[in-house]
Design a binder for this molecule. Sequence first.
Ligand code: GTP
Ligand code: MG
Length: 196
Amino acid sequence: MKILAAELAASVADPAGAPAQGLPEIAFLGRSNVGKSSLLNRLMARRQLARTSQTPGKTRLLHFYRVDRGDRGSCLLVDLPGYGWARVSRRERGRWRRMVEGYLQGRRPLRAVVLLHDLRRDPGPDEVDLLAWLDQRQIPALVALTKLDKLKAGPRARRVAALGGCLPVQADWIVPTSARTGAGVERLWELLDRLL
Ligand code: GTP
Ligand code: MG
């Protein structure tokens, strides 16, 4: 995918303040530290547009990035705050839920959600519940398996096969990716392009 321009359009805490530009939108969701901001930078072909960090829970606002793909049109990519980081209060968790669910439920331009999942982990109730929640609301969901580069070819293929068997998503909507090497990024764009 050719990216002509990418920029931060807005960062908001309240979904009601999300940009209204009539552009179709894809949201990125996943456990804190799973690599959302890193994969977004790859998709946008920008080094550090989305802030990444080794400290989980860095992204606590909804960040909207406007991406111009030339004759394929423009869209917004949304970096949502990660869930499941350690040492957060119940109050903080409630705040996360209200913010993210409020956004996902009320957002008309939303075309799909990409759920990111670390290739090395087994999916937990967070991932399974989220996929069911999206399915109930008829929001299309893809899964991007992240940090592919962390495993060697053999174990990597075994993990991809195992996760394909336990995630409730059709197999060709599960895309193994690496923000480090760029693996899977073109494939992810191809799928997103169909939904945009
Ligand atoms: P929050 O904003 O806290 O929810 O985290 P995030 O999901 O946005 O993760 P982020 O992109 O900030 O990445 C977290 C850490 O994982 C950083 O240290 C990244 O460098 C690292 N990381 C992300 N993607 C990859 C990848 O594909 N391969 C490797 N090896 N490391 C990665
Ligand atoms: Mg982030």
